[in-house]
Design a protein around this ligand. Structure first.
Ligand code: NAI
Length: 214
């Protein structure tokens, strides 16, 4: 299927559409109107129509959207029609929490190993995925088809470890360490700051309080 050039703003909303459509599929829903999807997602129906029109021909007037088709097509755009092997560097609190989250697999992200420097973690398994020591990393990368590395280590170590990952072929870093990484252009970095959404929440709480006062 032909896609128009899709804006970054729309792309950033696609994972959320994908998640909701996945839930609808699990509930056995075959078709949904933009109005019903709008109520479910708390987004205006016109925003949904505008976003989904980017892919052309999904919605039929009066019939709504074909949930499975839309889910599959958005999945393809997000590259979810293939599996992506990933590793986690730093098997501490956050690394273990991520490793315990089984739903990544549902979207095709397969955790192959965790790595750490703490010898007490050596040999430990999380949902059958082994924690290895950092001195095994280079060999492991050479012998396994790993696309993504999640960085859940102290920020003081992140730059050094990211350089090792990139020198050994990693092209995508999911960066949880609160530091900016300057890496070659062909390496994609997605930085996650959970506190950003908390701050967003705090902003919304203050706005509500303000409007109640008026
Ligand atoms: P933690 O102390 O429980 O785990 C860190 C792990 O990294 C430890 O097991 C440690 O042995 C390991 N480690 C240290 N140096 C290493 C190296 N050079 N190579 C491999 N492993 C190494 O810490 P926690 O709570 O899991 O946090 C990890 C990181 O994630 C921190 O930088 C923290 O600030 C960040 N963080 C980020 C969040 C976000 O929203 N982005 C949320 C929570 C934590």
């Amino acid at each position: 299927m032909e896609h128009r050039k899709i804006s970054r703003a729309v792309i950033s909303r696609l994972p959320r559409y994908h998640r909701y459509l996945g839930d609808l599929l699990e509930e056995g829903v075959e078709r949904i109107s933009s109005n019903d999807l709008s109520k479910k997602m708390h987004v205006t129906a016109s925003q949904i129509r505008q976003d989904l029109n980017n892919f052309g021909g999904f919605g039929q007037q009066g019939y709504g959207y074909n949930v499975k088709y839309l889910y599959t097509e958005i999945g393809k755009i997000l590259g979810l029609d293939k599996t992506h092997n990933f590793i986690i560097i730093g098997a501490g609190n956050l690394g273990q929490a991520l490793a315990n989250y089984a739903s990544f697999e549902r979207s095709g992200f397969i955790l192959k190993s965790l790595f750490d420097v703490n010898p007490r973690l050596e040999g430990m398994s999380i949902r059958s995925v082994q924690v290895r020591m950092m001195d095994e990393l280079v060999d492991f990368l050479a012998n396994n088809d790993i696309e993504i590395a999640a960085l859940t280590i102290p920020k003081t170590k992140a730059v050094e470890v990211a350089d090792i990952l990139v020198a050994n072929g990693i092209k995508a870093i999911w960066n949880f360490a609160h530091t900016d990484l300057t890496l070659p252009k062909d390496v994609v970095v997605e930085s996650v700051h959970l506190s950003d959404s908390l701050m967003q929440l705090s902003y919304n709480i203050s706005r509500r309080k303000e409007s109640r006062k008026k």
